[in-house]
Design a protein around this ligand. Structure first.
Ligand code: MN
Length: 201
């Protein structure tokens, strides 16, 4: 089986400053994301051993670990390219995603407010995500608690915002709201639009 591996960042560790510090980006990518990659690979090895009769542990614990770590890997793999250095990122979206946001939320400002509210109000640690449901032809915002998905499977990740404390605490301390408000300056709308166009098919 091919192992999961840590994808490189599409920019330098200090590229998102002053919005997100190089120290946060370095730790977040090389320690936290790497740990999810390692955890997913380890869980799959435990499952493989179990198939060979070499691992008597309860399967439920293995599958929980797999879900947690693999979800962490997938979420972070979208989170990094969802961002771009200030100047390149930020501002208002263009293209098809802009039209869809206006259709579903009334305005970009309305969307930004609802997405920010979702992120700021995640209980403890988790994520705010934007998805697109091709069945109802609408954009949908969801919260993810920890890394446990509370949104229906098969909805693609278009935009993800990590609100675990490791994503902001070294710079913003306990002020998650300030981090969320500032984060809009590094959103890579070209990347979001690409994901949306693909999701629409
Ligand atoms: Mn994280």
């Amino acid at each position: 089986m091919k192992k999961y591996s840590l994808p490189p960042l599409p920019y330098a560790y200090n590229a998102l400053e002053p919005v997100i510090s190089a120290e946060i980006m370095t730790l977040h990518h090389t320690k936290h994301h790497q740990a999810y990659v390692n955890g997913a690979n380890a869980a799959l090895e435990r499952l493989e051993k179990q198939r060979k009769g070499e691992n008597p542990e309860n399967i439920r614990g293995i599958l929980r670990d797999l879900s947690f770590n693999l979800s962490g890997h997938k979420l972070h793999s979208v989170f990094w390219p969802n961002m771009a250095p200030p100047g390149k990122g930020g501002g208002a979206p263009g293209g098809a995603i802009a039209d869809q946001i206006n259709k579903d939320f009334g305005s970009f400002e309305n969307f930004k407010k609802q997405f920010s509210d979702a992120a700021k109000n995640v209980e403890a640690v988790g994520w705010a995500i934007l998805t697109y449901d091709a069945e109802s032809e609408t954009l949908v915002i969801y919260q993810v608690e920890k890394q446990n998905f509370m949104h229906p499977p098969d909805l693609p990740l278009l935009l993800t915002l990590d609100v675990w404390e490791h994503a902001y605490y070294l710079q913003y301390k306990n002020d998650r709201g300030a981090y969320v408000d500032k984060w809009w300056e590094v959103v890579n709308w070209d990347d979001v639009d690409k994901r949306f166009t693909k999701a629409k098919g």
